[in-house]
Design a protein around this ligand. Structure first.
Ligand SMILES: Cc1cc2nc3c(=O)[nH]c(=O)nc-3n(C[C@H](O)[C@H](O)[C@H](O)COP(=O)(O)OP(=O)(O)OC[C@H]3O[C@@H](n4cnc5c(N)ncnc54)[C@H](O)[C@@H]3O)c2cc1C
Ligand SMILES: NC(=O)c1ccc[n+]([C@@H]2O[C@H](COP(=O)([O-])OP(=O)(O)OC[C@H]3O[C@@H](n4cnc5c(N)ncnc54)[C@H](OP(=O)(O)O)[C@@H]3O)[C@@H](O)[C@H]2O)c1
Ligand SMILES: Cc1cc2nc3c(=O)[nH]c(=O)nc-3n(C[C@H](O)[C@H](O)[C@H](O)COP(=O)(O)O)c2cc1C
Ligand SMILES: *[C@@H]1O[C@H](CO)[C@@H](O)[C@H](O)[C@H]1NC(C)=O
Ligand SMILES: *[C@@H]1O[C@H](CO)[C@@H](O)[C@H](O)[C@H]1NC(C)=O
Ligand SMILES: *[C@@H]1O[C@H](CO)[C@@H](O)[C@H](O)[C@H]1NC(C)=O
Ligand SMILES: *[C@@H]1O[C@H](CO)[C@@H](O)[C@H](O)[C@H]1NC(C)=O
Length: 680
């Protein structure tokens, strides 16, 4: 063997080893503190991990924003509490499924799956989808499984991913226990759908596995430890461990930035876009110059919120918690990772890590029964947690959050009997909110803009002020940065600690990360573009149009195709970026055309974007024939559907075809990526 051969052999061996360990390396690099994972295992092989950790039940989830994860964990926790099972609960992306047909005897698999796009799986579950969709007939005949889907029936492919799980697994010979459960966000009934499904499945499991039911008692997955000093390793609300003083000593965080490692973005500019007193829309610009954070026009920005002072205070009072208490959590179950950076304080956890303001679930009430402060309240709790109609009228319809609800029940008595460990394990983690980026990565290389409508309303029934966590934070920052905090005409509903843990967020910084999307302009600038985005739905189109402005300014000889923008708002007061569009039009010339629908101008009829589309019916059809790309952004509830319907009408009318044929035309546009939606 000469030296060249030797080098070849060495390189081949190295490549082989690299290949073999790539998954392990990837896990090390991208390991996410928040994810539950089989920490006690050297392997991704699902049967191996189960055996190694002595588990006898498997709960897996595919989740994009945490809802499916939440339900999966609740389900796992209840299986443990009720039947004393040893449950492994993990993200589908953590394991390989080659051994799915060889799980230890009597292990049943429960899958929780949310749906995106056209019935697509969440990003982390795509490999699992590939595996089950190509599994051969009877290759999974030993497998017994249950499915619960998380979806929203306003979308066309309602619970598409969960339904596919059932279809593929059954095609491979696996048997479904009970029936598939489907949670529907649209009707706000996910919780009730889950409870109904869960009751049936638990009964089924009890029979099939001959389980003994015990009285439900909270079994902690962590042992709490109270500490007495704060040091440089104690989290005071830092987004990840890498932002702790002890870690920052070792240098700046260079990225790559992702949902497991956000960038601390400085809001260099922010302003109010609405002119009315009663509604607010905030334009925020995050400085990303000299960073490794990059984006493309059409992506989403994840913004990491923190809870408002008033809400933190109310929660601490309701449960009689001392915010100064410093604690650590030791894993009792190696497959369940700690949910946030530890050690930390109760105050920091409530402010930065726990979702304390959303609606309360009936199931949470069920779990609380064991900790009710007295028998009277226990009785009330039991009744409400068992009666969905009563729960709806007494709690949900009043827009109560957890603290509102329990104080209402107890008539103001504090719930000091509820263990802190239970709250940490039962209340969901505060997660980033996503915003359609409204800047252009070519024109605005150094900044990311977002356009957010502030969620702030008074619910007449209970007179509760219902506020969104992130959007009110962005509004507070806007007012503070422009030295207007305190001078607003209507008092702010909530206030925040804008300086953050150890002043980390001082000077208007927030943790952010970019999530890639597929919402993209055609690469050929001469292709016609039709953009439909009423309200905040116009956000990504500001980015699109700025992209085209930049392109034309770099080369005046480029021939742009027609770019039509259909925008809708109530009146002049909420007309977003009104002055900017005029500027863009002067640069883009005839190729840019704006159609604005006003819905609430006194003395004139209500006009929506789809009415404007109808007016231009002939042109729209002509542009579609010329290869136009269509984009719809904004409200998925009604707007996107109404626009879809209008486009069908336009095809039927102008092409002179039946509804079925028009449906085919629209489908074809969708599959060839010429009809894209960014709706929420
Ligand atoms: C892909 C995508 C893109 C998006 N793009 C944009 C965008 O460009 N611009 C934009 O403005 N938004 C956008 N959104 C929506 C955005 O992500 C947030 O959902 C929105 O801003 C509200 O966030 P928040 O934290 O302020 O409200 P949250 O705190 O999450 O509250 C959500 C809603 O629940 C209500 N609520 C609060 N407490 C209760 C209670 N106890 N009971 C009942 N209801 C309650 C709030 O008033 C609010 O309406 C997008 C969403 C997605 C998924
Ligand atoms: N998925 C969601 O839950 C969702 C999505 C987007 C917005 N919203 C809510 O809406 C509020 C404001 O959001 P926004 O600024 O984006 O929108 P917006 O200001 O409420 O609405 C923008 C324009 O769209 C019009 N519109 C209403 N229904 C429509 C339909 N079916 N088809 C076409 N146009 C329609 C509105 O008219 P009129 O209101 O005058 O009828 C208005 O002119 C927020 O508080 C947010 O909570 C909810
Ligand atoms: C952008 C977007 C697209 C969605 N597409 C669908 C869909 O096609 N079908 C469906 O049933 N639900 C759809 N949903 C609803 C989600 O599946 C549902 O909200 C679910 O609870 C999210 O679960 P997760 O937090 O675990 O990802 C969509 C939600 C969003 C925000
Ligand atoms: C974790 O792994 C070690 C070594 O393989 C083993 O001794 C231990 O029992 C495992 N722990 C659990 C809880 O499975
Ligand atoms: C913080 O943690 C690091 C690594 O775990 C350790 O080396 C260091 O001594 C700790 N610092 C303090 C103050 O405890
Ligand atoms: C970007 O990343 C590289 C490599 O990780 C690093 O050397 C560089 O300092 C980073 N730049 C900034 C501005 O963080
Ligand atoms: C379900 O979709 C509709 C339309 O976007 C929306 O109004 C509703 O808020 C969604 N539900 C949730 C909880 O996201």
């Amino acid at each position: 063997m000469n030296s060249t051969d030797l080098i070849v052999v060495v390189v081949l061996v190295a490549l082989f080893l690299l290949y073999k360990y790539l998954e392990t390396i990837k896990e090390l690099i991208f390991s996410n503190d928040d994810a539950i994972s089989a920490v006690n295992s050297s392997s991704r092989d699902i049967a191996h991990v189960l055996t190694e950790n002595n588990k006898n039940y498997l709960v897996l989830f595919g989740s994009q924003t945490g809802t499916a994860e939440d339900y999966a964990k609740k389900f796992a926790k209840e299986l443990t509490a009720k039947f004393d099972l040893n449950v492994l609960c993990g993200d589908l992306e953590l394991y390989d499924y080659g051994s799915l047909n060889e799980l230890p005897e009597n292990v049943i698999v429960s899958i929780f799956m949310s749906t995106y796009g056209e019935g697509d799986f969440p990003d982390g579950a795509v490999k699992f989808e590939n595996f089950i969709s190509t599994a051969s007939e009877s290759s999974l005949e030993n497998l017994r499984f249950t499915v619960f889907g998380l979806g929203n029936s306003t979308y066309e492919f309602y619970n598409g991913a969960a339904r596919k799980v059932q279809k593929y697994l059954q095609a491979a010979g696996a048997s479904l226990l009970g029936s598939i459960g489907e949670g529907d966000d649209a009707t706000g009934s996910t919780d009730e759908d889950y409870l109904t499904w869960k009751e049936l499945i638990m009964g089924e499991l009890k029979n099939v596995l001959s389980l003994d039911e015990q009285e439900q008692k909270f079994k902690p997955s962590f042992q709490l430890e109270i500490l007495d000093t704060i040091d440089s390793n104690t989290s005071l609300g830092e987004p990840t461990k890498n932002y702790l003083p002890s870690a920052l000593l070792k240098g700046e965080i260079n990225g790559p930035f992702s949902i497991s490692e956000p960038y601390l973005g400085h809001i260099s500019n922010s302003r109010e876009l609405f002119k009315s007193d009663d509604r607010n829309c905030i334009h925020s610009e995050f400085d990303i110059s000299n960073t490794n954070l990059t984006y493309s026009t059409g992506d989403h920005l994840g913004i990491w919120p923190s809870n408002a002072n008033e809400k933190v205070e109310q929660f601490l009072v309701a449960f009689n918690l001392n915010p100064e208490t410093i604690f650590n959590m030791r894993q009792l179950d190696p497959t369940i990772k700690v949910p946030f950076p530890l050690p930390t304080t109760i105050g920091a956890a409530v402010r930065y890590y726990m979702e304390i303001t959303g609606p309360v679930s009936r199931q949470f009430f069920g779990h609380l029964i064991q900790f009710a402060p007295n028998n009277d309240i226990k009785e009330k709790l039991t009744i409400l947690s068992n009666d969905k109609n009563k729960f709806q009228t007494e709690i949900t319809s009043k827009f109560f959050n957890i603290a509102d609800a329990i104080l209402y029940l107890s008539g103001g008595i504090k719930w000091e009997t509820v263990p802190w460990g239970f709250l940490i394990e039962t209340i969901p983690h505060l997660l980033p909110r996503y915003y359609s980026i409204s800047s252009s990565s070519s024109l605005d290389k150094d900044s990311i803009h977002v356009t957010s409508v502030v969620e702030n309303s008074i619910e007449p029934k209970s007179n509760t002020n219902v506020v969104g966590v992130t959007t009110n934070l962005l509004r507070n920052i806007q007012l503070a940065e422009n030295k207007m905090l305190g001078s607003e005409s209507n008092p702010l509903p909530v206030h925040y600690d804008l300086n953050g843990p150890r002043d980390l967020f001082r000077d208007y910084k927030l943790p952010i990360h970019v999530r890639k999307s597929t919402f993209r302009l055609p690469t050929n600038p001469s292709a016609p573009v039709i953009m439909i985005g009423p309200g905040t739905g116009v956000a990504p189109f500001r980015g699109f149009v700025r992209d085209r402005v930049n392109l034309l300014e770099s080369d005046r000889s480029i021939k742009l195709g027609k770019h039509l923008l259909f925008y809708g708002c109530r009146n002049e007061d909420d007309y977003l970026y009104r002055e900017e569009w005029i500027q863009y039009a002067t640069i883009l010339g005839e190729s840019f055309e704006m159609n604005v629908a006003f819905s609430r101008v006194p003395g004139t009829p209500k006009i929506y974007v789809q009415d404007k589309l109808r007016e231009q019916s002939k042109l729209i059809w002509q542009l579609i024939q010329d290869g136009a790309f269509l984009y719809v952004c904004g409200d998925a509830g009604r707007m996107a559907k109404d626009v879809h319907k209008t486009l069908l009408d336009i095809v039927m009318k102008e092409k002179g075809v039946s509804e079925d044929d028009a449906i085919e035309v629209i489908k074809m546009l969708k599959t060839s990526n010429r009809y894209q939606e960014d709706i929420w």
